[in-house]
Design a protein around this ligand. Structure first.
Ligand code: 4NP
Length: 147
C-alpha cells in the first residue's frame, strides 16, 4: 500500500494539518498517512488548538493525532516523506539511513516553505491550510499513480 509521512519541526501545527487535509482528500484510497516532527519537544501532545480551529472550520478532522518524533524506520517504512520547509528537509537528510527507500521531498511543489506559524498570529494558521490544500491534490495524484 502506498504511504506518506508529513514532517515539520514540532508535529503539532503544519504536519498534523497536512495529515488531516490529506486524510480527507485521500478518502476511499488505501494510502497510509502519518505525520511526525524532527524535534521531540511536543511528543505525545495533540495538535495545536490554533491548527485545529482553522482546520476543523474547513471540515478536516484531527482525531487520534498525537505528536511523535521521526524515527529511522520511517525512512524504509514510508514511500514518501514530505518536509514542510527547507530546514525540515535538511534535518531529515542528516538522519536518513543509507539504505533509505523513501522518496524525500519538500511538500510544496514550487520549492517554497510552508512557513512555521507557531510564534505568529491566526493568519499564519490560515496560510498553512491554504498552502496545504493547494499542494495536497498534487501529491494525491503522484502517490495514487504509484499504486
Ligand atoms: P510545527 O510548528 O513545526 O508546524 O509543528 C512548531 C511547533 C512547535 C515549535 C516550533 C514550531 N516549538 O518551537 O516548540
Amino acid at each position: 500500500m502506498p504511504s506518506v509521512l508529513f514532517v515539520c519541526l514540532g508535529n503539532i501545527c503544519r504536519s498534523p494539518t497536512a495529515e488531516a487535509v490529506f486524510r480527507t482528500k485521500a478518502a476511499g484510497t488505501d494510502i497510509i498517512i502519518d505525520s511526525a516532527g524532527t524535534g521531540a519537544w511536543h511528543a505525545g501532545e495533540g495538535p495545536d488548538p490554533r491548527s485545529r480551529t482553522e482546520g476543523e472550520s474547513r471540515g478536516y478532522s484531527f482525531a487520534g493525532q498525537a505528536a511523535r518524533k521521526v524515527r529511522r524506520s520511517d525512512f524504509t517504512e514510508f514511500d514518501y516523506i514530505l518536509a514542510m520547509d527547507a530546514a525540515n528537509l535538511r534535518d531529515l537528510a542528516e538522519i536518513a539511513p543509507q539504505h533509505m527507500t523513501a522518496k524525500l521531498s519538500l511538500f510544496l511543489p514550487d520549492g517554497q516553505d510552508v512557513p512555521d506559524p507557531y510564534y505568529g498570529g491566526p493568519e499564519g494558521f490560515r496560510d498553512v491550510v491554504d498552502l496545504i490544500e493547494g499542494a495536497a491534490d498534487h501529491w494525491l495524484s503522484i502517490i495514487s499513480a504509484d499504486s
